[in-house]
Design a protein around this ligand. Structure first.
Ligand SMILES: [Zn+2]
Length: 104
């Protein structure tokens, strides 16, 4: 009994035999064969290079890629430096009795 791990990628591979039959086989990457017997005529069918990766790029994707490329040498600039720490001054007591207290 041949078992395939669930985590293993199972892409479709397309095979073309000399007679022009096309067959898709779902097989694990590690078990992918270069040739199979054509189920239609029995001759050797060669694996065809997948078309995945040559799909035309979609507008949204290319725009996002342009943005990412531009940000490498044209980063969005901030005009002011954000204030560091607490902007409020520390409250000071005006009571003369407090001046005798130890200072932090
Ligand atoms: Zn065939």
């Amino acid at each position: 009994m041949h078992q395939v791990k669930r985590s293993e990628a199972m892409p479709f591979y397309e095979f073309a035999c000399p007679d022009g039959h096309r067959n898709e086989r779902l097989m694990s990457m590690s078990a992918a064969e270069r040739e199979i017997d054509c189920p239609d005529c029995g001759s050797r069918a060669q694996r065809v290079v997948s078309v995945i990766g040559s799909l035309p790029s979609q507008p949204g994707i290319s725009a996002a890629m342009d943005n990412a490329a531009r940000s490498a040498h044209e980063p969005a600039v901030v005009n002011s430096i954000p204030r560091a720490g607490n902007a409020r001054p520390t409250p000071v007591s005006r009571n003369p009795l407090h001046s005798h207290l130890p200072k932090p």
